[in-house]
Each structure stands twice: as C-alpha cells, then as structure tokens.
Design a protein around this ligand. Structure first.
Ligand code: FAD
Ligand code: HEM
Length: 395
C-alpha cells in the first residue's frame, strides 16, 4: 500500500502521468537500450518499432497507480499475471528491476520537467517498487513451480519435423537437444523462441504450443507475417519460414502463459481467428486424449480455406469426441460458412467457458456477442498475440 503522503501526491499527478505515459515510455526505452545494449536482444524490436510495448508498459504502470488509490475500481491481478508469465517466458530476473526503475524514473523527469519535485519523484518511485515487488514475487513463484533457473532458461531444441500447414503457415515439432525432459504444460500456454537474425541480433518471439502436452515433443505453428502498407515483413516469422528446417536448432524458453484451458469437465467453446487457431488445437488435442466426452464447440474464422492451418487435424480430433460441433467461416465462402463469424449462430451449451484467440477487433466482436447472449464476462478468456490486453490502449 502507498503511504498516505505518497497517495495524495500520486492522486494529484496521476492525470499528468497518464496523459504523458506513452511519451515517458517513448523516452525510457531508447535510454534503457543506450545504457544497456545487451537488452536489445531481449526485447521484441518489432513491438518497439510499432509502439505496442511502449503503450503496454505505460498502461500497466498507470493502471497499477489507479489500483493503489482505489483497488475496487481498477483490478490489477490479471495484468500482473500476464506480465509475470511473459517475463518468465523470457527469463527476466529480479536484479534487472533496479535498472528499469532507474531509467523509467529518469524518463518521468525528462518528460514532466519541473513538475517532478522531490516529493513527486519519491511517490512515483514508491509506485514503481510496489509494482516491481509484486511482479518479482509472482515471477519467483512461477520459476520455482516450473523448476526454472532464469539464467539457464534458454534450452536448445532440435526441429524433429517441419510441416507446411496452409498458405504462410508452418509447424515445427521440437525435441530437446540436451537429452533432458520435455516440460509439462497446460494447453493454451506458449513458449518464447529466440533466433539469430542476419546482422547479429538475437530476437525472441512467443508462439503458442499447437499440440497438447505428454506427446514427447513441443510443436509450434507459425504464420509468416507479410508487411502491409509499407511496413516491413515480420523479422522472426519470415526467418523461421525461410531458414529453419528439420535438424536445425532453436533456442526455446519454458512454457508460460495464464490463458489456459478451463479445468474440470464443463463445456468449452474454442473460438479462433486466423493463426489464433494454435491454442485451440492444443486444447482440443488434450480434451480428445483425456476427456473425450466433454462437450466442445469449435468456431473458427479465416479469410479463405487455403489459409486455414491445422484444419484436417482439428476435424479429426473433433470426430473422436462424443459431443463436438465444429463451425468454420471463410470470408470468401469457399467450403465454409460465408462471410465473417456470426456469433449468434454458434451453439452455446449451458455454463460454457469460452476461450478466444485471434486479432483484437475479432475477439472484441466475439466477446460482445457472447456477453449479449448471456455468457458471463468472467467465463470468457482470451489470448492476445502481442503486448497488452483486450481492453488496453492497443485496441
Ligand atoms: C502469447 C503469444 C502467442 C503467440 N502465438 C503465436 C502462434 O501460435 N503463431 C504465430 O504465428 N504467432 C504467434 N504469436 C505472434 C508472434 O509472437 C510474433 O509476434 C509474430 O510471429 C510476428 O513476429 P515477427 O518477428 O515476424 O514480426 P515483427 O518483426 O515483430 O513485426 C511485427 C509487426 O511490427 C511491424 N513492424 C516491424 N518493424 C517496423 C517498423 N520499423 N515500422 C513499422 N512497423 C514495423 C511489422 O510490419 C509487423 O506488422 C504469438 C504472440 C504472443 C504474444
Ligand atoms: C515494474 C516493472 C515492470 C513493468 C510494469 C513491466 C511491464 C511489462 C508489460 C506490460 C509487458 C507486456 C506484457 C504483454 O505481453 O502483455 C512487459 C513485457 C516485457 N518486459 Fe517488462 N515490466 C517491468 C519490468 C521489466 C524488467 C525489469 C525487464 C528486464 C529487463 C523487463 C523486460 C520485459 C521484456 C523483455 C518484455 C517483452 C517485450 C516484448 O515482447 O515486446 N520488464 N513488461
């Protein structure tokens, strides 16, 4: 909790900090990388270039400050959980927090200038450290639970199989190159994969595991990101498509991620758009192996049939369940329901839990439709394939 004097200062300065938050994080990151160039290889430089990470950090700090002032009005637990899992997938360590804190506070001073009196600086330093302590504790619990040492987190995995799944989508099945065990995970989780790009930069990206656990391997399915309207092609997805083949080695972090298949035996709705089908595939695989009588509805939307990754596999898995529906929409209408997904046409079993994954506007559309049809918001879970949350500044 903030001390009363700091709470007054934070309440008075929060509007200014919120108004300038993206400007502050825009000053923060270049200064951080100038002082610590080794961190360039840890941060996703695509998210730096398109501004998404700046916005996610700014939103997280401002929302945490609001939460400290009024815990009921601004719940922070889901945001902290998301950040902690992402940090753990990348091996972020407690001793890196003072570095980030120092540069973040310096950026606040640079942007807000004379408004940052010693009292203001002390109050926001208190906010930063309350947040840092919460994250460090959550990350320590995750490291301990997974038996992970952050410094030795990246393991070498060999590509046992590379398989084309659809236009611009390819799967890589990975086995440990060090002879160690394949870690257990919960369907819906992802791994960070780091590749060495031309020019000498190492870059990590997250990929959802696209098959269930206990298969003796991990599988990811990657869509090639093509640059649109003058933006460049995606660095890592294109590198994986163009340069990584069977028997090559990839550096992979531990499974992480909080948006996992609802426990229990209740009905589930798995909704995906585009390459957001990957967690659906893992969840369905797991249900087919462990609980084939569970009621499952799968609803997928895609631009056209030849971009629909993992379709045959999902149809096969669903055919092995006693009570499953699979619905597919193609904008082009070729071989599926025509147009965009019609949420009203999706069968909704009573007490269903929904898992959504796909582009943000698509997920918002589906979530609104489900809420309108009576699914409680806390039974609708979603994964965002980028920094931030469904209601964050990125939408
Ligand atoms: C939890 C999670 C799970 C994920 N699961 C999957 C999955 O299962 N399958 C999958 O395919 N993807 C998945 N992703 C997405 C994946 O992590 C990558 O974001 C994706 O592969 C694109 O990475 P990239 O390096 O190819 O693109 P990047 O190089 O990171 O580019 C990303 C975007 O930024 C733009 N950009 C880059 N540089 C600039 C610039 N200088 N100026 C303007 N714009 C720029 C690019 O044009 C592009 O639109 C997941 C992401 C998360 C967070
Ligand atoms: C209180 C301090 C911190 C806060 C509030 C914070 C917040 C965040 C947020 C909001 C994200 C995006 C999560 C998402 O994907 O939705 C993130 C990702 C990340 N954080 Fe932190 N973070 C903090 C400290 C640190 C530290 C100490 C490091 C280590 C140098 C670090 C490194 C990273 C990296 C590498 C990513 C992934 C970036 C990307 O993929 O673009 N963070 N953090």
């Amino acid at each position: 909790m903030l001390c009363p004097a700091s709470a007054d200062v934070v309440r008075a300065t929060l509007p200014a900090v919120r108004d300038h938050a993206v400007e502050i994080t825009g000053v923060f990151y270049p200064a951080l990388f100038a002082a610590h160039p080794e961190l360039l290889d840890l941060f996703n430089q695509g998210n730096q270039a398109n501004g998404q990470q700046r916005a996610a950090l700014a939103s997280a700090v401002a929302t945490f400050a609001e939460h400290l002032l009024d815990p009921g009005a601004a719940p922070f637990a889901p945001i902290a959980e998301r950040i902690a899992h992402k940090h753990v997938s990348l091996g972020i360590r407690a001793e890196q927090y003072p570095i980030v804190g120092r540069h973040l506070m310096a950026a606040v001073g640079t942007v807000l200038g004379d408004a940052v009196t010693p009292e203001v600086a002390a109050a926001w330093d208190e906010v930063y450290w309350l947040l840092a302590c919460e994250l460090i504790a959550a990350e320590a619990r995750l490291y301990e639970r997974g038996g992970i040492e952050p410094v030795t987190l990246w393991r070498r995995w060999r590509v046992a199989k590379r398989q084309d799944e659809a236009v611009d989508a390819v799967s890589f099945t990975l086995v440990p190159d060090d002879g160690g065990p394949v870690p257990d995970f919960t369907p819906g989780q992802y791994v960070s994969v780091a590749v060495d790009l031309p020019g000498g930069h190492r870059q990590p990206r997250q990929y959802s595991l696209s098959q269930g656990p206990a298969r003796g391997s991990l599988r990811i399915t990657v869509r090639r990101l093509r640059g649109l309207d003058g933006s460049p092609d995606g660095a890592v997805s294109n590198h994986l498509h163009d340069h990584v083949h069977a028997d090559d080695i990839l550096l992979v972090g531990p499974p992480a991620g909080e948006n996992t298949l609802a426990a229990g035996t209740g009905p589930v709705l798995l909704v995906s758009g585009g390459i957001g089908i990957t967690p659906t595939a893992a969840m369905l695989d797991h249900i087919a192996r462990t609980d084939p009588t569970r009621r499952v509805v799968v609803a997928h939307a895609e631009r056209c049939a030849d971009r629909h990754a993992l379709r045959a596999e999902i149809d096969h898995l669903a055919a092995g369940l006693t009570d499953a529906d699979v619905l597919t929409w193609y904008e082009t209408g070729d071989g599926g329901l025509p147009g965009l997904m019609d949420v009203d046409a999706v069968p909704l079993p009573e007490d269903v839990t929904a898992h959504l994954c796909g582009p943000l506007p698509f997920m918002r559309h589906v979530r609104d439709g489900l809420v309108r049809r009576g699914v409680p918001a806390d039974r609708i879970h979603y994964e965002v394939f980028g920094p931030g949350m469904i209601d964050g500044p990125l939408g």
